[in-house]
Design a binder for this molecule. Structure first.
Ligand code: GDG
Length: 753
């Protein structure tokens, strides 16, 4: 096939040329395409799939849903036509040499990268870099808009493209837009240095869902939005004003990325790779302990700190180069950015000194490699490493840590992991370190080198469970499901939910909070006929009798009605009317209103009763936190007049009331509460360490929004949701509760709480 006068061949399927008019229902946009453009010495050009985790995770989805990938092919000043590679449509975006210099090396890698990594290296701010960033982001947005089908889902990746969500939304309001930030999002004190801080936030807020690696990153982002725009945020939800009257809900939350764990394990089991791993040990002079570092040569990775700690241990005689070797792979990265050139000099000087001081013939203290290796070689290295050192000063996730764990099917090896890498949120059984504290790094290295086999194996098993339960396919599925609302929900209890329940059951104290209609009971035409499905009552009884467990029903119904249909045992905590009514270990229902609200209620009653008393046919209905003026039976015109009068009097004396207008009814409430408020109150009342919340309705989203990272949210049925898990209907909820009771009983019996 001839393009641009060159022969283009492809690694796999023959490419199919697609015209510009083709559109796709799923579009991924990232700075780099998942294919590399290669030119052989004879001038033959070809594309090679780059084996990243993101491609592996998205490939099946992209094929299934006619997906397209928009990005830069890695060569400047070249135009390429769209083509298809391994069933994925590739849409190349052109970058000029100057774009590469200003947008990519400049603004992305010398402004945003150091700023977002806690200014480990000073960021440079240049207005012409920013201009180029805007121009290139526009080009990516236009390319994505051109290939997105009506209503398509567009998923934008990473910090190079933060303006694309807003640009896309302006051009194509029909699209569902997601964004994932692979690197950290810094605290406000640092973020606010950015001269274009408002433009970037506004760019991101064009998305429906903004994903981060860690809970803390999402929190930093929401705080920046509050500080710079004052938009209301609640949990993971941000209400962004759209027009004068309306706002759009944007969700900002964590989705820790992962790897294709099974494919790493598969490689590790290959005899040739195991043989290579043995060979590596031999070539290093058969040291007792091999320590390994694998990083892009980047100042965020703490390579210098690692070398310093190791050097001191050798100098003090706590370790000897006869016994221990550190293999450091530092793959070349961003070699045209000045800070990276300086770093290379600094690291290579340190390596040279250390080797000069401590290596013996045949026993290098550090075996240093400034190359990229094939994945097979990486796996062989991981297999041969007794200790893996991940000492990042700041890292979004750090996939190397997860790859090491995935490879160790022998349940051996020790991971030393920086608490400043996102991976440390999940990989708690690693030896966690503060890499800035050289003494801490040194003692962690000694602990790892001397760790008894049993402890190594116990820790590695736990780490492996995490990495295999949450692989990259689960990551992308969970992001896209949150973004699009998961169109179809399968029957049964999914495996990841079973794992989540098992984990939750071990909390010291636990609150199980459940919506009723649609969650415990199937939805019915007549609300008074709603009844919980079979098995619910029994599971709730079992939970109530287990140590450290409280159960609550959280409903929009008035509590009297909830008690009637749910017939709950006395120990169940109840909240009704979206949290306005509560029955929390008291014999009677109480109103969760503060003194000022009760006073307002009195005033409201006085005003409305006076008005209703003067108009024949009007009457007032009292609600737990409000009053309704009914005018259905008044003479023509009098009802409207009474309503106008009520509005005008109350807007003066009680301006904060919520007013809702219906047909011949006017309702005033002293308080607008949500199920989120109800859940917070239940959490405070019970003092529970962890919470499970299950619900089916949009009003349950307010409760999901206040869940914390180690809580469990369960959405019933389809529809966009903040919940981490989903099941089809109330039958599954009964099974879920029974499983939770089983796990809890086992945890209580084993006293592992
Ligand atoms: C960014 C964030 C986040 C490295 N050298 C070679 C090689 N690698 C592979 C590793 C790993 C990947 O590159 C590096 O991923 P990390 O996660 O460790 O770090 P970043 O490159 O900084 O990635 C990071 C990530 O995005 C994903 O969201 O985790 O925090 O900074 O897969 O194995 N692979 C091969 N040869 C090498 O020489 N084949």
């Amino acid at each position: 096939m001839h393009r641009n006068g060159c022969v283009i061949s492809h690694s796999a399927n023959t490419p199919v040329s697609r015209g510009r008019a083709d559109t796709y229902s799923l579009v991924v946009v990232s700075n780099r395409l998942p294919v590399d453009h290669e030119v052989a010495p004879d001038g033959t050009e070809s594309w090679r799939t780059s084996p990243g985790g993101l491609v592996t995770a998205l490939e099946p989805l992209m094929r299934e849903s006619e997906g397209a990938w928009v990005g830069w092919p890695g060569v400047a000043d070249r135009d390429f036509e769209p083509f298809s590679n391994d069933g994925i449509s590739i849409v190349p975006v052109r970058l000029s040499t100057q774009d590469v210099e200003f947008y990519y090396e400049g603004f992305s890698n010398d402004t945003l990268w150091p700023l977002y990594h806690d200014v480990i290296s000073p960021p440079s701010f240049h207005r012409e870099w920013w201009d180029s960033y805007v121009t290139v982001n526009k080009r990516f947005a236009a390319a994505a808009a051109a290939v997105a089908a009506p209503g398509a889902t567009v998923w934008v990746q990473d910090y190079q493209l933060q303006l694309v969500p807003r640009m896309l939304r302006d051009a194509r309001p029909d699209l569902v837009i997601g964004f994932f930030n692979h690197i950290p999002f810094p605290p406000y004190g640092i973020y606010s240095q950015l001269p274009w801080r408002k433009q970037i936030l506004d760019g991101l807020l064009g998305a429906d869902l903004i994903g981060f690696q860690r809970v803390a990153d999402a929190g930093n982002f929401s705080r920046a939005v509050r500080r710079l725009f004052g938009y209301p945020t609640r949990g993971t939800a941000i209400d962004v004003p759209d027009t004068a009257q309306h706002s759009r809900r944007v969700i900002a939350r964590h989705f820790p990325i992962s790897i294709d764990s099974a494919s790493f394990e598969e490689l590790a089991k290959r005899p040739d790779i195991q043989e290579r791993s043995r060979q590596i040990r031999e070539e290093l002079g058969n040291p007792k302990t091999i320590m390994l570092g694998v990083d892009r040569l980047d100042y965020t990775k703490g390579i210098g700190h690692r070398i310093k700690a190791y050097g001191e241990l050798l100098a003090e005689g706590s370790l000897s180069a006869e016994d221990v070797t550190l293999v450091q792979v530092a793959s070349p990265s961003r070699e045209r950015v000045a800070a990276y050139m300086d770093l290379r000099d600094e690291i290579e000087l340190a390596v040279g000194r250390l080797n000069g001081d401590h290596s013996t013939i045949g026993h290098p203290a550090i075996s240093y490699h400034h190359h990229g290796y094939p994945r097979e070689e990486m796996v062989a290295l991981y297999l041969s490493a007794d200790v893996m050192l991940v000492t990042a000063l700041r890292d979004g996730m750090n996939l190397v840590a997860k790859e090491y764990v995935a490879v160790r099917f022998d349940n051996d090896g020790v991971l030393v992991l920086s608490e400043f890498a996102g991976a440390s949120d999940e990989l708690k059984q690693a030896v966690l370190i503060n890499p800035h504290d050289i003494e801490d790094v040194k003692s962690a290295i000694l602990q790892a080198v001397n760790m008894p086999k049993r402890e190594r194996s116990r820790r590695m098993r736990a780490l492996r469970r995490k990495v295999f339960d949450n692989d990259v396919a689960a990551w992308s599925a969970s992001f896209l499901e949150t973004l699009t609302g998961g169109a179809k929900v399968a029957a049964g209890v999914p495996e990841n939910l079973v794992a989540g329940l098992r984990d939750l059951a071990s909390a010291p104290t636990l609150l199980v909070a459940l919506d009723f209609d649609g969650t415990l009971a199937p939805l019915v035409d007549e609300p008074e006929n709603a009844r919980a499905t079979e098995g619910v009552a029994e599971a709730v009884q079992r939970l109530l009798h287990l140590d450290g467990v409280r159960v609550a029903f959280v409903s929009g119904r008035a509590l009297v009605s909830l008690q009637h249909v749910a017939d709950p045992p006395d120990e169940v905590l109840l909240t009704g009317s979206h949290g306005i009514e509560v029955k929390l270990d008291t014999p009677t229902i109480e109103l969760s209103l503060v003194a000022a609200e009760l006073e307002q209620l009195e005033t409201l009653a006085r005003v409305l009763e006076r008005i209703a008393g003067s108009v024949a046919g009007a009457w007032v209905e009292r609600k737990p936190a409000g009053m309704v003026l009914h005018t259905r039976l008044t003479a023509l015109g009098e009802g409207d007049a009474a309503q106008r009068e009520a509005r005008s009097q109350l807007s003066e004396i009680l301006p904060t009331l919520t007013v809702r207008e219906g047909k011949n009814v006017l309702e005033f409430s002293v308080r607008s509460r949500t199920k989120g408020d109800a859940l917070e109150q239940l959490r405070a009342h019970t003092g529970a360490d962890r919470v499970m919340y299950a619900g089916d309705d949009v009003t349950d989203e307010d409760a999901f929004a206040v869940l914390r990272s180690d809580d469990l949210g369960l959405k019933i049925g389809p529809g966009a949701s903040l919940a981490g898990y989903r099941v089809q209907g109330p039958d599954e909820v009964a099974q879920v509760l029974a499983l939770l009771a089983d796990f809890r009983a086992a945890a209580v019996a084993a006293r592992t709480l």
